[in-house]
Design a protein. Structure first.
Length: 319
């Protein structure tokens, strides 16, 4: 892995903070000038090298660390790393864990790392792991849902993706002679979804975006094609020991019909979501609510870890 000495020397606060304003012309989708104006308002708030890469370096004895790509707009600053089971056994089922598809969702990144640090070894006898903890490092540093081209990576997990963050994942997984049993994609739902990101989406596409009720608590998103009712329920039970589960509003969470306590489903393949990237039988998108008055950053990370361990325990019990 490359040294991050140069990264540490950078002044991360050179861009003077200015409140972000929506760009473009009302009623007209953004053109390239509008996207450039939006990008000019973004600024670095934290360090991928310090908060992600340095932690991975400490896991080299337990995992193989592979670089599966680099983001073309800053390849030295944004190499893409994954952790892979060091003693890989073809007879064991493989598990994929992804975080930071939306870089601003902090516990998704740190939860994937924490699982690798503290829990993966407890499941090493049963499973092989591929862990991609920070798929969108520019988004992590600038606390953004989109990439620098104003593309949402979590609507772009398709072949020849317009989002190179997603494309790097798709291309790497195509090289693995592996059929995954399960995929855990770690996310958050935040107050900024309504306050910042949905208004930006409405401006970018010139399409009205209704505000939704931000659920106070944890929930999961399954796949309509692979709902895995008992698997999702096991995740919810595990997380409930750590933090509270989101209640429904009129039988819905974020405008989607509740399938069971704390669980909604999407057609993940049609939407280009990360959990559609494999044919795994068991897939889940976790959603932690970090803005709850009952939440702390540590609780959010612990909830992500509990989601993975709850799902894995269920899979072991079914074998």
């Amino acid at each position: 892995m490359p040294s991050y000495g140069k990264l540490h020397q950078l002044n991360f606060w050179t861009n003077q903070f200015m409140p972000e304003t929506l760009t473009g012309t009302p009623g007209k989708p953004w053109d390239q000038n509008d996207k450039a104006a939006w990008l000019a308002q973004q600024w670095v708030k934290r360090a991928y090298g310090d908060e992600v890469v340095a932690k991975l370096e400490h896991l080299q004895e337990r995992f193989v660390i592979e670089q599966y790509g680099a983001l073309s707009y800053a390849p030295e600053r944004y190499p893409l790393y994954l952790l892979k089971t060091r003693q890989w056994h073809a007879a064991k089922p493989a598990i994929l864990v992804t975080g930071g598809v939306h870089g601003y969702e902090t516990s998704g990144v740190q939860g994937a790392i924490r699982f690798a640090q503290t829990q993966a070894q407890h499941f090493a006898e049963q499973f092989n792991f591929v862990i991609m903890p920070c798929i969108s490092p520019w988004g992590y540093e600038t606390i953004n849902r989109w990439n620098p081209l104003a593309i949402d990576p979590n609507r772009a997990f398709v072949r020849d993706s317009p989002a190179e963050e997603a494309d790097a994942v798709v291309r790497y997984l195509e090289t693995l002679p592996v059929t995954f049993l399960a995929h855990f994609d770690l996310h958050e739902t935040t107050d900024s979804d309504n306050a910042e990101f949905r208004p930006a989406l409405a401006a970018r596409d010139a399409v009205v975006q209704d505000q939704w009720d931000i659920p106070d608590g944890f929930y999961t998103v399954g796949d309509t094609a692979r709902p895995a009712f008992d698997f999702q329920a096991a995740i919810i039970r595990s997380v409930a020991k750590v933090t509270h589960i989101a209640p429904a509003t009129d039988g819905m969470i974020i405008g989607e019909t509740l399938q069971q306590h704390g669980v909604i489903d999407y057609d993940v393949g049609a939407l280009g979501l990360a959990t559609g990237v494999t044919s795994a039988r068991f897939v889940t998108t976790t959603e932690v609510y970090p803005d709850s008055p009952r939440a702390t950053p540590e609780f959010c990370i612990a909830a992500q870890v509990a989601a993975i361990t709850g799902g894995l325990t269920y899979l072991i019990n079914q074998s």
